[in-house]
Design a protein around this ligand. Structure first.
Ligand SMILES: Cc1cc2nc3c(=O)[nH]c(=O)nc-3n(C[C@H](O)[C@H](O)[C@H](O)COP(=O)(O)OP(=O)(O)OC[C@H]3O[C@@H](n4cnc5c(N)ncnc54)[C@H](O)[C@@H]3O)c2cc1C
Ligand code: SF4
Length: 349
């Protein structure tokens, strides 16, 4: 039997899960495939985090520093898991570095990938036009405290966000709502208006889905303080005309076609199961749901227990999640993993 908990994925979910396992008194090993911890907020260059506009890098560094203080949590970067044998309470975990670890439980925190807006259909011309960006591309600019049209290097006179790109789209098989993109677009629009007050900002949406307090923290301030224009409409294509982009679609409130010239278009891309999430579900022998995220066996009352006893999951590996969801499920996964290991050890004693 082993009381060690192996956590796979060093994003916010994995860091929090490892910290909580250590706080609950058991040894944790956090395995991250990249060279450093921090997950998508770090490697995708997020600037400020919703809803409080905290600096993403500082927030992740604070989490990593807290984890480092826990003597019981060990970090293995540039490493992944290649095999698993045994059973709950007595697993053997094989690492890509050739080592083997015994573990009582495993937590999967392998996160999400951004939808690739050029993958299925080319209606937004993401790969053709330099001034069509995705959310994370604008995050990288915001991190540098600038907003410029890539083709000119000048601030845009007009910018718009196109919502639900790669989400809620049965044609491409991504039926889910990605949950965060309405809030992220609103947050970015506020930041753009702060950095460049002359820029006119528009958000084209099917319907705005602002969860919980994000309504008052982001949606209303965006309109009332920063004069971001929300337009209910479906965008069907982005074209180039002269040196401007043309956003074409239907204004669904007015029930008529629309064609709006823009300097810059931001595609609000959704969240998909990461390649690592898919790979780890195969390696660990746990089920994925029909959307490709990790399946839990008893929702909504148990949000972290997977189909194989002793293996739990948290964060965006389970489906679209913001940081609050991620931290909450990481705590739940850590608690259940520790309880299971203690119970199994107790049963043997
Ligand atoms: C554009 C955009 C902006 C966002 N901004 C915000 C925001 O401002 N506020 C907010 O609350 N939420 C935001 N989110 C959501 C937020 O990014 C997620 O909630 C959060 O990153 C989920 O954390 P995670 O640890 O589950 O996954 P991730 O952050 O994706 O981390 C997963 C980690 O697992 C690692 N990994 C994957 N596979 C393996 C493997 N096989 N072996 C080892 N390691 C592996 C990856 O390298 C990565 O480090 C945003 C999302 C998007 C799309
Ligand atoms: S959060 Fe908003 S933009 Fe994202 S998929 Fe849901 S409705 Fe569409």
């Amino acid at each position: 039997m082993s009381d060690r908990v192996v956590v796979i994925g060093g994003g916010p979910g994995g860091i929090e899960a490892a910290r909580q396992v250590a706080d609950l008194g058991l040894p944790a090993v956090l395995v991250e495939q990249r060279e450093r911890l921090g997950g998508t907020p770090i490697f995708a260059n997020y600037a400020a985090l919703t809803p409080y506009f905290a600096n993403a890098e500082e927030a992740m560094d604070a989490m990593i520093a807290e984890l480092a203080q826990r003597g019981r949590a060990e970090v293995r970067t540039s490493t992944t898991v290649t095999g698993l044998s045994g059973e709950a309470g007595a697993f053997t975990v094989e690492l890509s570095t050739g080592e083997r670890l015994d573990a009582g439980a495993v937590i999967v925190a392998t996160g999400f990938d951004h939808f690739d807006p050029g993958r299925e259909r080319q209606i937004y011309n993401y790969y053709q036009y330099p001034d069509v960006l995705a959310l994370q591309d604008l995050e990288a600019q915001l991190k540098e405290h600038k907003v410029v049209v890539p083709s000119t290097g000048r601030p845009p006179a007009s910018i718009c966000w196109v919502q639900c790109v790669g989400s809620r789209d049965r044609n491409i098989g991504n039926e889910w709502c990605s949950k965060v993109c309405c809030g992220i677009a609103s947050k970015q629009a506020i930041e753009v208006r702060k950095l460049s007050p002359e820029t006119r900002a528009y958000i084209f949406y099917i319907d705005m889905r602002m969860y919980g307090y994000w309504e008052t923290q982001l949606y209303w301030p965006a309109q009332e303080q920063y004069h971001v224009q929300y337009i209910k409409g479906i965008i069907t294509e982005v074209l180039e005309r002269g040196d401007r982009l043309i956003v074409r679609g239907e204004d669904t409130t007015m029930g008529r076609p629309m064609e709006v010239p823009m300097d810059m278009v931001i595609l609000s891309v959704g969240m998909e199961p990461s390649a690592g999430t898919k790979a780890m579900s195969d390696v660990l022998g746990i089920e994925r749901n029909r959307h490709g995220f990790i399946e839990v066996i008893n929702p909504p009352l148990d949000t972290v227990t997977t189909s194989r006893r002793g293996i739990f999951a948290c964060g965006a590996a389970l489906g679209p999640a913001d940081l609050e969801d991620t931290i909450s499920s990481a705590g739940a996964a850590a608690g259940k993993a520790v309880a299971l290991v203690r119970r199994d050890n107790l049963a043997v004693a």
